[in-house]
Each structure stands twice: as structure tokens, then as C-alpha cells.
Ligand binder design. Structure first.
Ligand code: HEC
Ligand code: HEC
Ligand code: HEC
Ligand code: HEC
Ligand code: HEC
Length: 189
């Protein structure tokens, strides 16, 4: 290798390569961070399903669709079947409902993008919270006014513990509510 090439490689190429590597690392970090606990995260969904219309204007109960919320760890996003209880008839000639029907007929899952997520090493359980009488809105914001679901709270450890410590004050509207656990093994099991 001749010297001037080596010089060029070390002085120009290496810094450029390092810069690009660093920049893309930082970017991936922030993007995945946003998906994990970013307040304001509101991914575009495969079909523009509106909570404002269904849960707000039409007043459909949250748990008509999110059937797991009071019985299990996950609230669960409904399968297309649930939508078809109405959409075999309602607006069936609209382009988005035609697409919805295609998923249904082909027996495919709708690829909804996940909005809220705590890391796997932390344990969160919906039913414990919901059955104590804590509203969905306390944690998720006014979903019934959202055209597109947006994350309104950050699920850092501090946030969980802060509510656990202050629950009797913060949730004074719920009769007899106790503090939540603050010991490590409650959430890291
Ligand atoms: C008719 C069915 C239906 C009803 C009623 C409904 N939802 Fe949903 N919900 C969905 C679907 C479908 C998704 C996934 C697509 C999206 O995010 O918009 C979803 C997504 C969500 C998410 C985000 C899930 C994630 O990926 O983190 C939350 C939180 C949520 N709903 C809360 C509520 C609350 C609170 C109510 C009541 C005020 C409600 N939903 C009523 C169907 C419904
Ligand atoms: C309880 C009945 C009911 C259920 C369940 C329901 N919808 Fe709807 N949906 C309606 C009605 C009625 C309308 C039309 C409302 C209007 O425009 O006044 C509508 C409108 C829509 C529209 C707008 C259609 C357009 O272009 O005009 C979309 C998209 C949609 N629904 C998707 C869904 C999805 C996805 C699900 C399942 C997660 C679902 N709906 C569940 C009753 C329902
Ligand atoms: C104490 C706070 C809290 C309450 C109350 C709460 N949620 Fe959640 N929700 C969360 C957290 C935290 C996550 C992320 C959980 C995970 O990644 O396992 C989540 C995730 C979700 C999801 C997507 C993932 C899943 O678990 O299926 C849906 C849908 C959802 N919530 C709906 C609801 C509905 C509907 C209610 C009310 C009936 C509700 N939540 C009440 C904190 C809460
Ligand atoms: C009320 C639930 C809860 C309790 C109690 C709790 N944690 Fe966590 N912890 C979480 C959640 C949720 C996360 C993930 C969100 C985050 O990164 O903040 C987490 C993240 C962590 C992390 C990773 C931090 C990081 O920056 O990536 C460590 C380490 C940890 N917890 C240790 C502990 C220890 C030690 C205790 C006891 C003193 C404890 N936790 C008690 C909920 C809890
Ligand atoms: C809005 C307040 C609030 C928030 C936010 C909240 N919690 Fe809780 N949590 C409670 C209360 C209140 C209890 C205690 C209920 C009781 O036993 O009376 C509880 C109980 C628990 C328990 C014990 C349940 C069991 O199975 O024994 C765990 C674990 C837990 N929470 C995890 C979490 C994690 C992880 C987060 C954050 C991602 C979180 N919580 C966020 C209020 C909250």
C-alpha cells in the first residue's frame, strides 16, 4: 500500500466511517427508545381506525374490544372478527372497510403497530390495576378523543413507583386504594 493512500485512509476515510457508524447507532437508539417509552409516540396504523369515532362518538366500551384488560396481564388488541361484528354491514363499500374485509376473508392478522411497551424484564399486569378501579385514562390519557392512539405517559421505573408510593393520594377518588409495591421482586420476577 503506498503511503499517500494510507494517509488518506486514516485521515479522511476512518473519521467518515466512524462518524457514519456513530450517527446510525445514535439514530437506532433513539428510534427504538421512542417505541419503548417515548411520550408522543403515535405510529401510523395499517388502517386508520379511530378511537374518537368508535369509543368517543359511538361510545363502545373499551373492554368490548380489549377483552384481556380485567382478566389477564395483557389488555389485547382485538382480532378482525370483532370489527366484523359490525362491518359486514356498516360502511362495507368504503375502501378501508373493503381492505379490512380482505384480512378477515384471508384469515390474516391485522399488522397493528404496538404503541405502549415495557421491556420484557419488567412485569406489568393489567388486571391487577383495572380491577382496583384505576381507569384506562389514568395511564393512557383520553384515548376516546384520539383519532390516532398516542402514548401520553412514559413507563419508566420512576413513573411506576411514583404512582405506587402516592396511590392513596393520587387516586383518592377510589375508595380504600392501597399503595402499590416498591420492592424489586414485585416488578422484576
Ligand atoms: C371497536 C374496538 C375498540 C374499542 C371500543 C377500543 N379500542 Fe383501543 N384499540 C383498538 C384497536 C384495533 C387498536 C390497535 C390500533 C390502534 O392503535 O389504533 C387499539 C389500540 C389501543 C391502545 C394502544 C395499544 C398499544 O399498541 O399500545 C390503547 C392503549 C387502547 N386501544 C385503549 C383503549 C381505550 C382506553 C378504549 C376505551 C376508551 C379503547 N381502546 C376502545 C380497538 C378498540
Ligand atoms: C359496534 C359496531 C362497530 C365495531 C365493533 C367496529 N366498528 Fe368501525 N364503524 C362502525 C360504524 C357504524 C362506522 C361508521 C360511523 C360513521 O361514519 O358515522 C364505522 C366506521 C369505521 C371506519 C371508517 C370507514 C369510512 O371510511 O367511512 C373504519 C376504518 C372502521 N370503522 C374500522 C373499524 C375497525 C378496524 C374495527 C375493529 C377494530 C371496527 N371498525 C369496529 C361500527 C363499528
Ligand atoms: C396502571 C396503568 C395502566 C392502566 C390502568 C391501563 N393500562 Fe393499558 N398499558 C399500560 C402499560 C404499562 C402498557 C404496556 C404493557 C406491556 O408492555 O406489557 C399497556 C398496554 C396496553 C395495550 C397494548 C398491550 C397489551 O397489553 O395488550 C392495550 C391495548 C391497553 N394497554 C389497553 C388498556 C385498556 C383498555 C385499559 C382500561 C380497561 C388499560 N389499558 C388500563 C398501563 C395501563
Ligand atoms: C413498580 C415496578 C418496579 C419496581 C418496584 C422496581 N422496578 Fe426496576 N424497572 C421497572 C420498569 C417498568 C423498568 C423498565 C423501564 C425503565 O427502563 O425505566 C425497570 C428497569 C430497571 C432496570 C434497568 C434500568 C435501565 O436504565 O435500563 C434496573 C437495573 C432495575 N429496574 C432495577 C430495580 C431494582 C434494583 C429495584 C428495587 C430497588 C426495582 N428495579 C424496582 C419497574 C420496577
Ligand atoms: C396510576 C397508578 C399506577 C401506575 C402508573 C402503576 N401502578 Fe402498579 N399498582 C398500583 C396500585 C394502586 C397497586 C396496588 C393495588 C392493591 O393491591 O391495592 C399496584 C400494584 C402493582 C403490582 C402488584 C400486583 C401483583 O401481582 O401483586 C405490580 C407488579 C405493579 N403494580 C406493577 C406496575 C408497573 C411495572 C408499572 C409501570 C409500568 C405500574 N405498576 C404502574 C398503581 C399503579
Amino acid at each position: 500500500m503506498n503511503k499517500s493512500f494510507l494517509d488518506y485512509f486514516l485521515k479522511i476515510r476512518v473519521p467518515v466511517i466512524l462518524f457514519v457508524a456513530l450517527a446510525s447507532l445514535t439514530l437506532t437508539y433513539y428510534v427504538s427508545r421512542a417505541e419503548r417509552d417515548g411520550v408522543g409516540y403515535a405510529p401510523e396504523q395499517p388502517i386508520p381506525y379511530s378511537h374518537k369515532l368508535h369509543a368517543g362518538t359511538m361510545g363502545i366500551d373499551c373492554q368490548y374490544c380489549h377483552t384481556g384488560a380485567s382478566v389477564s396481564r395483557h389488555a389485547m388488541v382485538p382480532p378482525v372478527n370483532t370489527c366484523m361484528n359490525c362491518h359486514t354491514v356498516a360502511r362495507k363499500n368504503k375502501p378501508n372497510i373493503i381492505r379490512l374485509t380482505q384480512y378477515y376473508n384471508e384469515g390474516k392478522l391485522m399488522p397493528w403497530k404496538r404503541v405502549h411497551k415495557v421491556p420484557d424484564y419488567a412485569y406489568f399486569n393489567h388486571s391487577v390495576h383495572v380491577n382496583k378501579g384505576i381507569d384506562c385514562q389514568t395511564c393512557h390519557g383520553d384515548i376516546q378523543n384520539m383519532e390516532v392512539v398516542q402514548q401520553t405517559n412514559s413507563w419508566t421505573m420512576n413513573n411506576c413507583i411514583d404512582c405506587h408510593r402516592t396511590a392513596p393520594v393520587k387516586l383518592a377518588n377510589i375508595k380504600g386504594i392501597k399503595k402499590g409495591p416498591e420492592n424489586c421482586f414485585a416488578c422484576h420476577r
